[in-house]
Write a protein that binds this ligand. Structure first.
Ligand SMILES: Nc1ncnc2c1ncn2[C@@H]1O[C@H](COP(=O)(O)OP(=O)(O)OP(=O)(O)O)[C@@H](O)[C@H]1O
Ligand SMILES: [Mg+2]
Length: 445
């Protein structure tokens, strides 16, 4: 193969072969002369132009025998690698991939259609992987090294990135890239079997009647996706404030204010937390507050807001069941700097939270609402959860699929009354419980 063909051979992009080494060696020389982190302030086109200029000088100095075309291709590839993500680039372009997981230079996994598979790709070395990581991190003005071994960043295209390196990681530098989630409508989610149309009617009525709703689930179960779809049901005249760690919600209404928290900079300054934003949002005359994920002391501020007139707020929390979500909110609220007795927090949750929506990711990759529960307890009573809908799974079929059915249960009187007062239709599949023993309830502390 000619040098020209080798330089441009896409299948060998950055991974193997003689030309791979040529590109790698020029990339290393280029990176010796410039500091990518320093260049992060420049606009993308200017950054590229500057790298091309410096590399042009290096190539002229070293003097390899190259035609004009070969030289241009070499420059393009080296700069692509210095600025881009090398072998990860095609994976990012593949829309069917929802997650890219790099566990050290030799192990690259992707999630496709809910299933995880290993790809026959590798980085040349841990060093090359580290360079890719540094490139990602430097574009958001962060640093990764032994004193900052864990970093969250975002690609310019919106993908969320997490990096953890040795000594914390024992398998080499580890990189996890989550594709910027596509937004789905509730109709599309019905199509995936994540919920049924009766549940959509119920959720729509609950959102419009301004119930406070907590979406709960483990990592990657579809919390943000559902939160986005539910937020879409908020009437267009209401003022919505969204608060997120990395802005993923894509609301279509016109009266939306989007707030995003900010990690500390390299000197450890300038941090703005979700909690700061929740507090600030209360002074912005919100009709609705939508919190991407509650994971700290903001739980307290949010619960206070929910129980003092900011009805109709929506949030997600990381938990494995509806009762777990309540305990988690309580624990997170107790982590806040304001000393609130645990018992008082319990009361606060009883008055703040109205609905819990639990999501689960099944072994076959399907994401479903496994429960919609109404919190039907008051004050210091133990949490009483009334199931309105539940997914009942059948044993897995030989092809590894999980099938099952959604069941619906009567709603508590209190819920039905509130829907009625808000002029929302009572979803027929559920009905109203005439006595307590018609409710599918359970208690939790
Ligand atoms: N109901 C669904 N059916 C199929 N795919 C879904 C569904 N909900 C979400 N997904 C996909 O699953 C992935 C994770 O979704 P999402 O980001 O909403 O999860 P999450 O629970 O918010 O994750 P995290 O805990 O990391 O914030 C995305 O690629 C998304 O498009
Ligand atoms: Mg999320």
């Amino acid at each position: 193969m000619s040098l020209r063909a080798r330089i441009s051979a896409p299948e060998e992009h950055g991974s193997r072969g003689e030309d791979g080494h040529l590109v790698a060696s020029y990339r290393a020389k280029l990176l010796e002369e410039i500091d990518l982190a320093e260049m992060s302030a420049l606009a993308a086109a200017e950054r590229r132009a500057r790298l091309e200029r410096v590399l042009g000088h290096i190539i002229s100095r070293e003097g390899p025998v190259l035609s004009t075309v070969e030289r241009a291709q070499l420059i393009r590839r080296v700069v692509d690698e210095a600025l881009g993500l090398g072998i990860l680039e095609p994976l990012l372009e593949d829309a069917s991939i929802t997650e890219i997981m790099v566990n050290g230079p030799d192990a690259i996994f992707v999630e496709r259609g809910g299933r995880v598979e290993q790809l026959p790709l590798r980085f040349v070395s841990a060093d090359q992987l580290m360079q890719t990581i540094e490139r990602i991190v430097s574009t958001v003005n962060r640093r990764v090294d032994e004193s900052h071994p864990m970093v969250d960043a975002r690609l310019p295209s919106g993908e969320r990135v997490n990096v953890i390196i040795p000594p914390l990681s024992l398998t080499g530098p580890v990189l996890t890239i989550r594709r910027f989630p596509r937004s789905f409508t509730l109709q599309e989610l019905i199509g995936f079997g994540s919920l049924d149309e009766h549940m959509v009617y119920l959720l729509a009525a609950l959102v419009q009647a301004k119930f406070n709703i907590i979406v709960s689930g483990a990592t990657g179960t579809g919390k943000t996706t559902l939160l986005n779809a539910l937020s879409g049901l908020i009437p267009p005249h209401e003022r919505i404030i969204t608060i997120e760690d990395s802005a993923e919600l894509q609301l279509q209404q016109s009266h939306v204010v989007r707030l995003e928290s900010r990690p500390p900079n390299v000197e450890g300054k300038g941090q703005v937390t979700i909690r700061d934003l929740v507090r600030n949002s209360l002074r912005m005359r919100p009709d609705r507050i939508v919190v991407g994920e509650v994971r700290g002391g903001e739980s307290l501020d949010m619960l206070q807001a929910m129980s003092t007139g900011h009805d109709g707020s929506l949030a997600t929390v990381h938990a494995n069941s509806a009762e777990d979500a309540l305990t988690r909110l309580q624990t997170l609220a107790s982590m806040s700097d304001v000393e609130v007795p645990f018992v008082a927090l319990h009361d606060q949750i009883n008055s703040a939270v109205d609905v819990l929506v639990q999501l689960t990711r099944f072994a076959d990759g399907a994401r479903r609402i496994t429960e919609i529960a109404l919190l039907d307890s008051h004050g210091g009573e133990p949490y009483r959860l009334a199931t309105a809908a539940r997914f009942e799974a059948r044993p897995m079929t030989p092809d590894g699929r999980v099938h099952g059915a959604f069941r619906h249960f009567p709603l508590p009187r209190r819920t039905a009354d509130r829907l009625y007062m808000a002029s929302q239709p009572l979803p027929q599949a559920f009905g109203v419980a005439r006595s307590a023993d018609q409710l599918a309830t359970r208690e939790a502390r």
